[in-house]
Design a protein around this ligand. Structure first.
Ligand SMILES: [Zn+2]
Length: 46
């Protein structure tokens, strides 16, 4: 299920608290545990 254009799963854990409970909200990836914005629109390229 991982094609070249497939949406990559959130494999990396939160850099702040280390949990893997990350959720993608619109164009941001937010940690559910500490609410840190792991990735933003610019990082995702749109
Ligand atoms: Zn976190």
């Amino acid at each position: 299920m991982t094609g070249p254009n497939a949406h990559a799963p959130l494999a990396e854990p939160c850099p702040v608290c280390g949990t893997s409970s990350l959720v993608e909200i619109r164009c941001k990836v937010v940690c559910l545990n500490c609410r840190t914005i792991v990735q933003s629109c610019a990082d995702l390229g749109g």
